[in-house]
Design a protein around this ligand. Structure first.
Ligand code: NAD
Length: 497
């Protein structure tokens, strides 16, 4: 049976996720025996009890990862062997596609069609890509005098702590795991307490694929308990963190207070989408802005939430966005035709509705949506929402809302557009829409963001780096550059007589 033809409601009704943590290759309860309820945002139902990992569990997971690293059961395997196991791991992920997609959708509310077509295959591709890459990466010999030989080699860091958010639970985990494992590290993962289920299942699949026990451990739990214990741990060599800028700051503090572990932060965004009046397809620009923003319920770090439109074409642009809104009306996430699902939880629903109120009271004009939807389901849904007449000083333009809310800011000159786009604490992504070659290049150069799109927003591939300028973080996920985060550079001098 194809995935699309499955009865997802029946499968959801029979789904009994295992919420126990995974250390040393084995599922177990937390040391204190405590759990927390995992609530599905689809209908507010508790779908699992999940182990509430705390400092003692993090200690056990780090000790397991350290043993695995020190005895070389993974780090000393030839790269070709690590490749084989990671490629098999990716195949296992694809083999469990329906199960993982269902868990992801139940856990955080995204449409099942997206979990099936984006999250699961992209996660498998990420793991396979780093596996495939690792036996093709060469080290260096420095161009020194003939009397010596200087080798510059990359070595695994050791024990990597990965702390990830709930908006793409599987994919963000894969972005850390792929390069960290391929390079030979051991990993302790702390998934978000709001969506921990797929990470736990992933660890089982890794072991089935042949990853040695202890190399990948998963400890679910709250940020201020398990997360803090991992980031403060004296025997963790690096933290790969994806999450909010607020918690990213704490990661740096924890490193300062403990062992100065490397910290790589992938943080929030408030990306600018700049549409000039010389763009020859305003309708496509508007459809792209709506599609990219409302995808994943607006819960994407790189969502184009600040849409800057030249005043001459702004009315036309907004009319198309308004016409698109019905397509993104929230609906049942378990229906394969749904385009927008549920927000992750009640807290996120309140945050998003609060920002919509703020936008109205700040004087922005609500031109689409603005209300809670499907309240009768017990789940957490918001209409696709568009504000016109936003200024860059308003809170809805400055702060990350993390929901389906677009702010349209009108401008009149190129200089003004670039100044507004760059006037943000964030610098994750940006987009410029213009069919004047000079302008497109000039503006792309002047935008302070880790990725700039020209006349599109949706291209993405594991081969390109992903990360931000300014308070959107440091380091880069994806591409070969991600190896920089999980390896140390060693210089070895040999004297040649
Ligand atoms: P968050 O910062 O609240 O939580 C992220 C993770 O950190 C979770 O696992 C959480 O339990 C943990 N955590 C929270 N407090 C902690 C503490 N005191 N010590 C240690 N760990 C702690 O973020 P979120 O709400 O889960 O995710 C949304 C955020 O993630 C948004 O800001 C979004 O932009 C960002 N994000 C960034 C990227 C990127 O690649 N730049 C990708 C996805 C999401």
């Amino acid at each position: 049976m194809t995935s699309a033809a499955r009865d997802w409601h029946a499968l959801a009704a029979g789904c009994r996720p295992d919420g126990r943590l995974l250390i040393d290759g084995r599922r177990r309860d937390s040391a204190a025996g405590e759990t927390f309820g995992c609530v599905s945002p689809i209908d507010g139902r508790t779908i699992a009890q999940v182990a509430r990992g705390q400092a003692a569990d993090i200690d056990a997971a780090v000790a397991s990862a350290r043993r695995a690293f020190d005895d070389g059961r993974w780090a000393h395997k030839p790269p070709a062997v690590r490749k084989k196991i990671l490629v098999r791991f990716a195949e296992k992920i694809l083999g469990a596609k329906d199960e993982l997609a269902l868990l992801e959708t139940l856990d955080m509310g995204k449409p099942i069609g997206d979990s099936l077509s984006v999250d699961v295959p992209a996660s498998a591709r990420c793991i396979a890509w780093y596996g495939e890459a690792i036996d093709k990466v060469y080290d260096e010999i420095a161009p020194t005098a003939r009397s010596a030989l200087a080798l510059i080699t990359r070595e695994p860091m050791g024990v990597v702590g990965a702390i990830v958010p709930w908006n793409y639970p599987l994919l963000m985990t894969a972005w850390k795991l792929g390069p960290a494992l391929a390079a030979g590290n051991s990993v302790v993962l702390k998934p978000s307490e709001k969506a921990p289920l797929t990470a736990l299942r992933l660890a089982e699949l890794a072991i089935e694929a042949g990853l040695p026990e202890g190399v990948f451990n998963v400890v679910p739990g709250y940020g201020h308990e398990a997360g803090e214990a991992l980031a403060l741990h004296m025997d963790v060599d690096a933290i790969g963190f994806t999450g909010s800028t607020r918690v990213g700051r704490k990661m740096l503090e924890y490193a300062g207070r403990s062992n100065l572990k490397r910290v790589y932060n992938e943080l929030g965004g408030k990306s600018a989408f700049v549409v000039f009046d010389d763009c020859n397809d305003i309708a496509r620009a508007a459809r792209t802005a709506a599609g990219s923003l409302f995808f994943n319920q607006g819960e994407s770090c790189n969502a184009p939430t600040r849409v800057l439109v030249h005043e001459r074409v702004a009315d036309e642009f907004i009319a198309v966005v308004q016409a698109q809104a019905p397509k993104y009306q929230p609906a049942d996430p378990l229906n394969p035709d749904t385009a927008m699902g549920a927000l992750v939880d009640d807290q996120q629903l309140r945050t998003v509705l609060g920002y919509i109120d703020t936008g109205c009271s700040e004087g922005a004009r609500l031109v689409a949506g603005g209300r809670q939807a499907l309240a009768e389901t017990g789940g957490f849904y918001v209409e696709p929402t568009v504000f016109d007449g936003v200024t860059n000083q308003m809170r809805i333009a400055r702060e990350e809302i993390f929901g389906p809310v677009m702010s349209v800011i009108r401008f009149s000159t190129e200089g003004e557009a670039v100044a507004i786009a760059n006037d943000s604490p964030y610098g994750l992504q940006a987009s410029v829409w213009s069919h004047q070659l000079d302008r497109a290049h000039r503006v792309a150069r002047n935008l302070r963001a880790g990725t700039v799109h020209v006349n599109q927003y949706d291209e993405d591939d594991i081969t390109v780096p992903f990360g931000g300028y300014k308070q959107s973080g440091n380091g880069r996920d994806k591409s070969l550059h991600a190896f920089d985060k999980y390896t140390e550079l060693k210089t070895t001098w040999l004297r040649i007589d």
